[in-house]
Ligand binder design. Structure first.
Ligand SMILES: Nc1ncnc2c1ncn2[C@@H]1O[C@H](COP(=O)(O)OP(=O)(O)OP(=O)(O)O)[C@@H](O)[C@H]1O
Ligand SMILES: [Mg+2]
Length: 254
């Protein structure tokens, strides 16, 4: 199995906060990797450094062996990196379907504004339907993206990322706010897409689903990687239990 994404020595500082502290890890072609860790561990920031929406103090990012460290975000997306956002922000004036169609048109239009104004959306709409079906929100297709329940917007976000036709799908808490049935269904969908060959990196606090679908776990705590390995082994690691499991269980019990 080859390496598709390589993250080397990523450090991100926000003023006095060292959010990501010299993080390195590899993602193998075709694997389903989950990135876990307590709130504020640096997971989102690390992923934003990978897609280029946050400026790291130091970093080298290789996608399929190509150095993308200095490329703008839209070029990284064109080369195959798609990240869903923890806080979903659909284009409010558009329908659910057109939100996905816009993403499906990304290869034809390098910049989002060009895509929004110039796009003849028929071909993209057809592809968009397919992704709405896949994530199970066709019923909402023609409705405005604004005001949809979280269960729909979270799945819309995954559909938009899939429509970019990525090489690596990066998901930031796709299951947050979903009920347990919706969460199991969406992680099953992501697992199916992964089995069809798409590499997936998922940040997630829902440990039950993480342990059910992931093949490898990377654990971040205070901006540093404290474990990287097979899920069952990682979860037995005392440092992981102390840093992550204890806190999360306490939160869940509270
Ligand atoms: N834009 C920002 N400006 C300043 N500080 C930030 C910014 N984004 C994140 N931080 C800080 O960086 C640290 C890491 O935050 P980050 O959001 O990456 O954590 P996380 O692991 O994704 O947490 P969560 O599980 O709560 O989403 C935190 O201390 C956070 O307050
Ligand atoms: Mg986060």
């Amino acid at each position: 199995m080859g390496v598709i994404l390589e993250v080397i020595n990523v450090t991100v500082r926000f003023g006095g906060v060292l959010a990501v502290d010299n993080v390195s890890f590899k993602v193998n072609q075709g694997e389903f990797l989950c990135l876990i860790g307590p709130n504020g561990a640096g997971k989102t920031t690390m992923m934003r450094a990978v897609i280029g929406t946050v400026k790291p103090e130091s970093a080298q990012i290789l996608l399929a062996g190509r150095d993308i460290t200095r490329l703008p975000t839209y070029k990284r997306a064109q080369l195959g990196l798609a990240l869903t956002h923890q806080i979903v922000r659909p284009f409010r004036s558009m329908s659910v379907l057109d939100n996905v169609a816009l993403a499906a048109g990304h290869n034809r239009f390098s910049r989002i504004l060009t895509a929004m104004t110039a796009m003849d959306r028929s071909a993209e709409r057809e592809r968009a339907w397919k992704y709405l079906e896949l994530v199970g929100i066709v019923d909402a297709a023609t409705k405005s993206a604004v005001g949809q329940p979280l269960g729909v917007t979270k799945r819309l976000e995954v559909a938009r990322a899939l429509a970019l036709d990525p090489k690596v799908l990066l998901l930031d808490e796709p299951l947050a706010g979903l009920n347990s049935i919706e969460a199991a269904r969406l992680s099953d969908t992501v697992a199916t897409i992964n089995q069809q060959g798409l590499t997936v990196v998922m940040i997630e606090h829902n440990l039950g689903e993480v342990l059910r679908v992931s093949q490898r776990l990377v654990v971040l705590d205070n901006g540093r990687i404290i474990a990287d390995g097979l899920p069952a082994e990682v979860m037995r690691d005392p440092e992981v239990r102390a840093a992550y499991v204890g806190k999360e269980r306490q939160n869940a019990a509270a």
